[in-house]
Design a protein. Sequence first.
Length: 175
Amino acid sequence: MPRKKRARKRSLAVRRNDELPQVLLERFRQSPLWRPEVQFIMPPVKVSAMVIEVMRPYCDMADTLTAFHNLVVLGTIAWNAAHLSGPDRTQFVEQTLSTLPIPKKIRDKEIRQMVDTMIRRKETLYPQYRYWIVDFEVYETQDEYRLSVLSIPMKDQDTFSEDRQAGEDQESSLQ
């Protein structure tokens, strides 16, 4: 986990650990992925810990809560993109990165390289874990930044759009 390097202003709302599951569940209930038959389970693995490990080469750059949040955005894009292949992956990465408030020149060079590195790390470190990250929350404790993730297990993962269109029941996991 990224450690805080020095005292700083809090730039994002800090929440208590016990509030996070409810915050993520409420946001998920408002999302287009929500269906009343969704069952919530605790997964056998912590997706949040795996995402942090995927982001590890860049964690030293996150010296504020906002920087950590931005890194987690890139980490979740990479994590989800790693489940796609070929043109679906390229299209997903391009579309999601284009929505970020980053100048195109920086996005095309530096940010895309970071995301590609994280995709390769996810494929190398955790190829067997097939969870789609739906939402996340970052917060800080006294000595580090933390991450909570809401994820859904992927059934047949050829493409995310096919999984959503199939309308099959999905269990959601809260980390």
